[in-house]
Design a protein around this ligand. Structure first.
Ligand SMILES: C[S@@+](CC[C@H](N)C(=O)[O-])C[C@H]1O[C@@H](n2cnc3c(N)ncnc32)[C@H](O)[C@@H]1O
Length: 279
């Protein structure tokens, strides 16, 4: 079969699975051929070798079982950078770029930043890449996520600027460390809503999704403990879920934070919250 025929077959097979079956078929085939998607145009009329076709059909089947294509092609773009992803980490989302952009607007030279729940390292690596003059600590409770994040940091040439620590929130941080900025995109799905999520999302690590009974477990806990780890005048920034602004604002106000700012995403949903600790 020729390249374009394989793409058409894939797109047909993926009808009703993803949002853009043709694009996904192209991405899967490009991965099997070891080329960028753009090269498929030049290769349109080329014959696909038997082994490559078998690999493609295997991936197609996996995609039909709702495994996100990013896990199959092992990558996702975030902040213009290519991140390796596998089933041990959440696939970085475009909404999270808003959090990174807002942090980048506020970070100052020499700042020490903490990323809680780093996953693929999307936030920590992007901050480090686009603002070299800072030190980043990145923690995650998942050892496998830390391995992925380290790999991504190395790929982007920022491994020497990020300290990766396997840790339950603040627990394993070096003593007496105080941060200028604490940033987190914590798990924020209500536990009883996880079952209702899209099949693809349910293939992502549960530890990256489960925000406890009310989805607010991590905000409550981080906001309560953060003051022990923040410099006076330091900032905290979270990605938040739909409808969570009110309660999280409340936690922040009660926790001694002020100058609370809310940033909406492109859909007009309150997506990022930033606040200052005292001073
Ligand atoms: C929503 S994901 C965010 C991943 C990544 N920061 C991003 O924005 O794409 C949440 C992350 O928090 C981590 N996590 C969950 N519980 C944790 C805990 N108690 N301490 C540290 N990290 C935790 C998960 O392993 C997961 O990687």
């Amino acid at each position: 079969m020729k390249v374009y025929e394989v793409i058409n077959l894939g797109a047909k097979e993926l009808q009703g699975i993803g949002e853009n079956p043709k694009l996904e078929a192209e991405l899967l085939l490009a991965y099997c051929l070891g080329v960028d998607r753009i090269n498929l145009i030049i290769k349109r009329e080329d014959e696909v070798e038997e082994g490559e076709l078998a690999k493609f059909l295997g991936l197609l089947n996996m995609r039909k079982s709702h495994i996100p294509y990013q896990y199959l092609v092992k990558k996702q773009h975030f902040m213009g950078l290519e991140f390796f992803v596998d089933e041990n980490v959440l696939i970085p989302r475009p909404e999270t770029e808003i959090l990174v952009e807002e942090v980048l607007k506020r970070v100052e030279r020499g700042n020490v930043i903490l990323d809680i729940g780093t996953g693929s390292g999307a936030i920590a690596v992007s901050i480090s890449k686009y603002f070299a003059d800072c030190t980043v600590y990145a923690v995650d409770i998942s050892k496998k996520a830390i391995e992925v994040a380290k790999y991504n940091a190395e790929k982007q040439g920022v491994l020497d600027r990020i300290f990766f620590i396997e840790s339950d929130l603040f627990r394993n941080l070096p003593p007496n460390l105080k941060f200028d900025f604490i940033v987190s995109n914590p798990p924020y799905i209500k536990r009883n809503e996880i079952e209702l999520l899209q099949e693809e999302v349910k293939k992502e690590p549960i530890v990256a999704l489960d925000g406890g009974e009310d989805g607010l477990f991590f905000y409550r806990k981080i906001i309560k403990e953060a003051p022990f780890y923040m410099k006076s005048g330091g900032k905290i920034g979270f990605e938040i879920g739909y409808g969570q602004k009110g309660e999280i604002t409340n936690f922040l106000e009660k926790g001694g934070f002020k100058d609370i700012e809310i940033i909406k995403d492109l859909a007009g949903i309150d997506r990022v919250i930033i606040a200052k600790y005292k001073l």
